[in-house]
Design a protein around this ligand. Structure first.
Ligand code: FES
Length: 95
């Protein structure tokens, strides 16, 4: 049986317009780093919020049950923690 390759999405940072490919099986932080784009980070486990940025468009999911987002942020879906967020679609993030 052949395993399908994970989906790959496009991530764009606004307003700079910088972009990178974001595989569904890589965090947005890791995908950005692989493209040579350094996003602010510290803990890299979803708790410190150093990497917090706007999610202008698209959707993400988290592999851990409750990353360091406030309940209202989580339900609004307009911010993201790239260190623990996996893309489910093309995404537009705050720079
Ligand atoms: S680097 Fe700490 S929450 Fe993302």
């Amino acid at each position: 049986m052949t395993m399908a390759a994970p989906a790959t999405y496009q991530a764009v940072l606004q307003p700079s317009g910088r972009s990178f490919s974001a595989s569904a099986n890589r965090t947005l932080l890791a995908a950005a780093a692989e493209a040579g784009i350094v996003l602010a980070s510290s803990c890299r486990n979803g708790t410190c919020r150093t990497c917090l940025r706007a999610l202008h468009a698209g959707s993400v999911h988290y592999a851990i049950p409750w990353p360091g987002l406030l309940p209202e942020e989580r339900s609004a879906g307009n911010v993201v923690l790239p260190c623990v967020a996996y893309p489910c679609s093309d995404v537009v993030l705050g720079d």
